[in-house]
Structures are given as structure tokens and as C-alpha cells.
Design a protein around this ligand. Structure first.
Ligand SMILES: Nc1ncnc2c1ncn2[C@@H]1O[C@H](COP(=O)(O)OP(=O)(O)OP(=O)(O)O)[C@@H](O)[C@H]1O
Ligand SMILES: [Mg+2]
Length: 490
């Protein structure tokens, strides 16, 4: 059904054409005068405008309608109706953007044919506009932090599948960000304004999970005192996130399979199918293949869920992202939390890089949160780290005192510790003087050492100056100022 604005000052025409259109199932909004018609087009955003070219005896005012319609976004398709012998004006109208013209008197069949062609053209155009908009759309995965190749590959995949209705299976160890990714899929889809509903399939016994997912009707079982909507219905138009799907009991697996195949649910105690429009995203931290082999998970369901799978890397596989994640967690702490930690000491960073992170990003996030709360100044020290992590890396937090640790590298080890990954000395770092002639004013030496250090940190965080400023404990403006001064020095 299309919305059609019909403009003609001849009442019989409006009636006749209007009836024809209504018979085809379209909604008709008629106008008989130019000014109200021009406003009407803007207000109603129709799919199609049919206008007489000669709206008053003075001239081709229908052209104004064509121009107005074409200026809208998205523009409706326009058909002009001309009187006999006014082909030139019809051609002008086509030049102004009309799709086609009909010459009065026209045959009903021709009219129907032209309308159908115009409407399917309109649909095709809006499809192209949509696809074009899709291409331009900037995907937002800002909450998922990571520069490592493996996580970048995840971003690429997310961009491709986010705004589709495909079922997705997210795989990854505990704490790798599966729920974060499921939310990002939802937020970057057309479903973003409808609910995102997560449910952990391992958290409830079979009968409760069934009624949670599919709902029940009153009296379905003891205690079912009222009708209850299931989460599939609550999530209508949106996304349901089935976490730990591998733990779903067998009976529910076959029910879920039916939902995926038929897009219908049945409430417990009722046989009437209810149509649902829900995208399913599932996650598991245990490979499902093993449970398929021992009969715990249905193979056909696995294939249905696994249309597209996204494997999240463990933190151990992307240790280069640790500094980025650390500064992200420090920066995104809610302002009410205790502790003003802004950065970590270099010894702490070493420990964080050494640890194996069996609990992945969640373990890191918790460690930083704890350390930031305990930390006395604005730098997180070894003693602030969780004992379990210190134990795992063979460090004794109490015995080690890194509180005097210099924020700038010690002069003696400056040349080695600041060597760039390629091994060449870093710009501006001249090391220790070899003779009296090589001695510089302390101020210049300090400036050069600082500059080398800043550049090394910027390299470490992949060129992200904002992150570097946080790690260095200076404002972004200060960092930029110092970098500009460096350039002037050279
Ligand atoms: N790439 C990332 N960037 C920023 N934060 C992340 C990232 N990955 C995970 N997190 C954070 O780590 C915590 C754990 O993430 P999430 O709950 O999504 O993990 P999960 O894979 O679902 O874990 P589980 O299997 O234990 O349920 C969350 O607080 C999340 O915000
Ligand atoms: Mg989870």
C-alpha cells in the first residue's frame, strides 16, 4: 500500500482517479488547489504524487509541484497529467524530475500500469538510498577497546554483520567481551531502539527457563496464577542474547530450534503459535563440538546458531592491548569512586604484561578497579595489585617498594630502555656525555629525554595521543604543546 497525493482542480478527475487508487489498496490524499497541495506534499511525505499540470487556467503550475516534490528527502515519485496537445509542458515536467506523464483522457489500464511502474521505481530508489546510507554509516564500537590484529578482525566482522538479521554465535573464553560484542551488534543494527535482552541459559532450571523464554498462560502449572509474556515476546523487534547456550537443556534446545526455523513461539500451556521478530545472538565459552559428540547439544541447532561465528581472542593473545585497556579502565571510572589513580608505574605495567590473564579482560578490569581504589596517590604501585596476580607472576608486593620509582627512566639506563623497537636510538636522546665538550645544560638534556620518552609512549599505544596523555599523566593539551615545542627545538 502506498500513500498517494492527488492534485487536480477538476473534481470529477479527483474522484475518478481517487477511486481507482483506493481500489488498488492505496491511501489517497486529494488536493484541488496549488498552495494547499504544496504544503500537503511536505506534511504527508507521500510515496507518489499525481498532479495535473494545468492547475489553473493561467499556466503550468504543476511544474511547481514537481520541483517541490523533488526537493524533499526522500523525494516522492511524481506523475503529471496533461491535457491533449500539451506535450511540450509534459517534457518540461519530465526535465524537472517527473517520472512519467499521462495524457488525458487515459485508459484505466494505462493508468494502472503507469502507477505500478512508478511505485516499483520508487521502492527501488529508496532501497538504493538505504544501501548508500549503509555504506556511509559509521559503525560505533567505541566501547570495545583493542588495536591488536585479532580484535581488529572482530571489528571488521561486526561491521559486516551488525545490521543484518543473521543469527550469530560468539565464541570466547570467560571475560573476553562476548556480552559487550552482543550489545554492540544490537546497537549498530536497525533494532537498536527495540530491547536487547540477555539471558543466561545456565542460570535457571529447565522449567523456569522455558517459561522465562517463551512465557506461559495462566494455570499452565502450579503457581502460574497469571499469563506471562516470555523474553522472546519482550524482545520483539529487538535482539535476544542467549548466553552460555551450551548449557541449555535438551528439551529447550528443540524449542529454540523451532523458533529459529519458524519465527514462532508457543507459550507453556498453550498451543497457539505467536509470531516473533527477534534476532538471536548466542554465546558460549566452551566449544560446542564436544557436547555435540557426547549428545549434550543438538547438532542441527548448532548449525542454525552458527550461521556466522565470531571468535574473540583471549587477552593472552593480545597482550599489546594491555596499556590501552588499562588507560581505558582508569579513564572510564565513574567520578564517585574513591581513588584518583591516573596511571600505573612502569613496574606495574611490566607485571600486567607478564601475567597470563586466565580471566581475560574482566580480570584486568577488576584488578585495575581494585588497585585504583586502594591507590594512595595518582600512580598505581605494585602493592596495589591483587595478591593473586602478584603470586601468579612470582612477585612479592609487600617486599617490593616501587614507590620511589622514577616516572622518567633513570639516566644510566636511558639509552637502552628507550631504544626503539628497531633498535636505533630515539630522536633527541643523546645518552651520557663522553667528554666535557658533550655536556649540555641540564634543562636541554631533561627536555630531550622527556621528548624521547613521550614519543616512545605514543608509539606504544599505537599513535593514540589521548591514551598517551593519560598514561603520561598530562593533559592532551600539554602533550600537544610539548610535541610542538620539540618540533621547534629541532
Ligand atoms: N575489548 C574490550 N574493551 C573494553 N572492555 C572490555 C573488552 N572486553 C571485555 N571488556 C569488559 O570486560 C568485562 C567482561 O566482559 P563480558 O561480560 O562481555 O565478557 P564475557 O565474554 O561475556 O564473559 P563471561 O563468559 O564470563 O560471561 C565487561 O565489564 C566488559 O565491559
Ligand atoms: Mg558473559
Amino acid at each position: 500500500m502506498a500513500k498517494v497525493v492527488l492534485i487536480d482542480d477538476e473534481l470529477t478527475m479527483v474522484q475518478m482517479v481517487g477511486d481507482l487508487l483506493r481500489k488498488e489498496g492505496h491511501e489517497v490524499i486529494p488536493f484541488s488547489n496549488l498552495d494547499s497541495a504544496l504544503d500537503g506534499i511536505v506534511e504527508n511525505s507521500p510515496d507518489l504524487v499525481i498532479t495535473d499540470l494545468y492547475l489553473d487556467k493561467s499556466g503550468a503550475k504543476g511544474l511547481d509541484v514537481v520541483k517541490k516534490a523533488r526537493s524533499l528527502s526522500p523525494p516522492p515519485v511524481v506523475i503529471v497529467v496533461t491535457g491533449f496537445g500539451t506535450l511540450d509542458t509534459a517534457i518540461d515536467a519530465m526535465r524537472a524530475g517527473a517520472f512519467d506523464y499521462l495524457e488525458k483522457p487515459f485508459k484505466v489500464e494505462d493508468f494502472r500500469f503507469t502507477i505500478r511502474r512508478a511505485l516499483s521505481f520508487g521502492e527501488a530508489v529508496s532501497e538504493t538510498t538505504f544501501l548508500r546510507r549503509q555504506l556511509k554509516k559509521k559503525y560505533q564500537f567505541t566501547k570495545i577497546i583493542g588495536n591488536a590484529e585479532k580484535i581488529q578482525a572482530v571489528f571488521k566482522m561486526l561491521e559486516r554483520v551488525a545490521d543484518t538479521d543473521t543469527t550469530i554465535l560468539i565464541l570466547g573464553e570467560s571475560g573476553t567481551g562476548k556480552e559487550l560484542v552482543a550489545k554492540a551488534l544490537h546497537q549498530n543494527s536497525r533494532r537498536q531502539h527495540a530491547p536487547f535482552i540477555p539471558i543466561n541459559c545456565s542460570a535457571l532450571p529447565e522449567n523456569l527457563l522455558e517459561s522465562e523464554l517463551f512465557g506461559h498462560c495462566r494455570g499452565a502449572f502450579t503457581g502460574a496464577i497469571a499469563d506471562k509474556k516470555g523474553l522472546f515476546q519482550e524482545a520483539d523487534g529487538g535482539t535476544i542474547f542467549l548466553d552460555e547456550v551450551g548449557s541449555m537443556p535438551p528439551l529447550l534446545q528443540s524449542r529454540l530450534l523451532r523458533v529459529l526455523q519458524e519465527r514462532e513461539i508457543r507459550r507453556v500451556g498453550e498451543n497457539t503459535p505467536i509470531h516473533v521478530n527477534v534476532r538471536v545472538v548466542a554465546a558460549t565459552n566452551e566449544p560446542l563440538e564436544n557436547s555435540i559428540k557426547d549428545g549434550g547439544f543438538r547438532e542441527d541447532l548448532y548449525y542454525r546458531l552458527n550461521v556466522i561465528s565470531i571468535q574473540l581472542p583471549s587477552l593472552k593473545e593480545r597482550k599489546d592491548d594491555i596499556p590501552l585497556l588499562v588507560s581505558h579502565f582508569l579513564r572510564s571510572r565513574p567520578s564517585g569512586r574513591t581513588g584518583k589513580a591516573r596511571r600505573v608505574s612502569s613496574r606495574v605495567m611490566e607485571i600486567l604484561n607478564t601475567h597470563e590473564w586466565p580471566g581475560n579482560v574482566r580480570e584486568l578490569e577488576n584488578a585495575i578497579e581494585r588497585a585504583a581504589t586502594l591507590c594512595e596517590g595518582d600512580v598505581i604501585r605494585v602493592k596495589d595489585l591483587p595478591p593473586a596476580i602478584l603470586k601468579a607472576v612470582g612477585e612479592n608486593g609487600a617486599a617490593l617498594d616501587d614507590s620511589g620509582e622514577a616516572e622518567l627512566p633513570k639516566v644510566a639506563d636511558t639509552p637502552q630502555s628507550l631504544a626503539s623497537p628497531a633498535g636505533e636510538p630515539i630522536r633527541g636522546n643523546s645518552g651520557l656525555p663522553e667528554n666535557v665538550d658533550a655536556v649540555k645544560p641540564l634543562r636541554i638534556f631533561a627536555r630531550e629525554t622527556e621528548s624521547a620518552y613521550m614519543n616512545r609512549v605514543i608509539d606504544l599505544v599505537g599513535g593514540d595521543k589521548e591514551q598517551a596523555a593519560i598514561l603520561l599523566g598530562v593533559s592532551l593539551a600539554t602533550l600537544y604543546r610539548k610535541l610542538t615545542e620539540d618540533e621547534k627545538l629541532q
